[in-house]
Design a protein around this ligand. Structure first.
Ligand code: JFZ
Length: 322
């Protein structure tokens, strides 16, 4: 375990990246600001599957630069990156043969940003992890959905196109894509970051994922797979546990404003001082700080996020901590 988690225990500071089609509406739909976090817009605004999928042909983030983003993490003093490979909207931000709703096949951009980031992480000596929404998938038939608004139990779906078998979704889309992520990016991912399990993820179905994970003995995965699996890491969200997690590895993930995915109307950014204090507090308790950025539909990182990361990096180097 020490051999596998050694780097993670030293890391202290990482970059979370939430980036996907939701960066296009950026929190507004039909001219209205949709409450809540930006990457949840499809669910919060009950957007039909076909309308959401129509965002893909508009996605052309030509300003995206892996070198810039990895360089930003590096200059902030971060030691690793975790990026959304597929969020709850079901859109794969990587080259997938398992499902056509992906950035290479369904957009004019046609590039695989995960591949570009992986190459850059290799060059700049940064570890790389992939976030993958294994349970919720709002565009694949059978994918799960958390309830919002008036969505009805038991599925909380809002579009008949979402109906189907969860087990089939898992075996035909999620597991094949997890295999792609685990085999197509060289020594990465170092981490698979699962999220939001529902009761659909039975111990048996989660076990089918674990069989795949176990073929990669150096892989770290978090505590959000579901099916009763604890994983390697605790993932407190938006808070710092008072005493850390004695005996467990952990990372606090946090936003800089109030959203993970880019939202044009959210300017409620924390101060650099708060970010530095959070990092110190977390490090003093033995955890890692996984601090989020939400790139825009152009591929650029919002300026307030760039400024803060550079300022944190400067503080770390002036104080001999990086
Ligand atoms: C989840 C996602 O739904 C969200 O979009 C984002 O990706 C975030 C990092 O993870 O949201 C959660 C998951 C877990 C908790 C809260 C929000 N939690 O355990 O309190």
């Amino acid at each position: 375990k020490e051999e596998r988690l050694g780097w993670f225990r030293q890391a202290r500071f990482g970059m979370f990246i939430h980036w996907g089609l939701y960066a296009i509406p950026a929190g507004r739909w039909d001219g209205k600001e949709i409450p809540g976090i930006g990457e949840w817009i499809m669910n919060r605004a009950s957007i039909p599957v076909a309308d959401y999928k129509a965002l893909a042909p508009q996605f052309n983030p030509t300003q995206f630069s892996a070198a810039t983003i990895v360089g930003l993490a590096k200059s902030a003093g971060m030691k690793y990156i975790v990026i959304t490979s597929k969020h709850h909207d079901g859109f794969a931000m990587f080259d997938s043969k398992a499902d056509p709703f992906n950035i290479v096949q369904a957009t004019p951009f046609k590039r695989d940003p995960l591949k570009e980031i992986a190459e850059e992480c290799r060059k700049q000596d940064i570890r790389l992890g992939f976030y993958y929404s294994q349970d919720q998938d709002w565009t694949a038939p059978g994918g799960a959905a958390y309830k919002t608004g008036d969505h009805q139990p038991p599925t909380f779906h809002w579009d008949p196109a979402q109906n189907g078998s969860f087990s089939e979704y898992l075996h035909k889309k999620a597991i094949p894509q997890i295999k792609e992520l685990l085999t197509n990016y060289g020594e990465y991912p170092a981490i698979v970051w699962f999220d939001t399990p529902t009761k659909d993820m039975t111990p048996e179905l989660a076990g089918d994922i674990v069989k795949v994970l176990n073929q990669h003995p150096r892989l770290i995965w978090n505590n959000r797979l579901g099916g009763g699996y604890e994983g390697d890491t605790e993932t407190p969200e938006q808070y710092i546990p008072a005493r850390g997690y004695p005996g467990r590895d952990w990372e606090s993930c946090m936003t800089m404003n109030d959203t993970w995915g880019f939202k044009q109307d959210d300017t409620n950014f924390k101060s650099t001082e708060t970010l530095i204090r959070n990092l110190i507090d977390i490090a003093s308790k033995g955890g890692n700080y996984l601090l989020n950025i939400g790139p825009m539909a152009t591929g650029e990182v919002p300026a307030p996020e760039v400024e803060r990361l550079q300022a944190v990096g400067k503080w770390l180097s002036v104080n001999g901590a990086s």
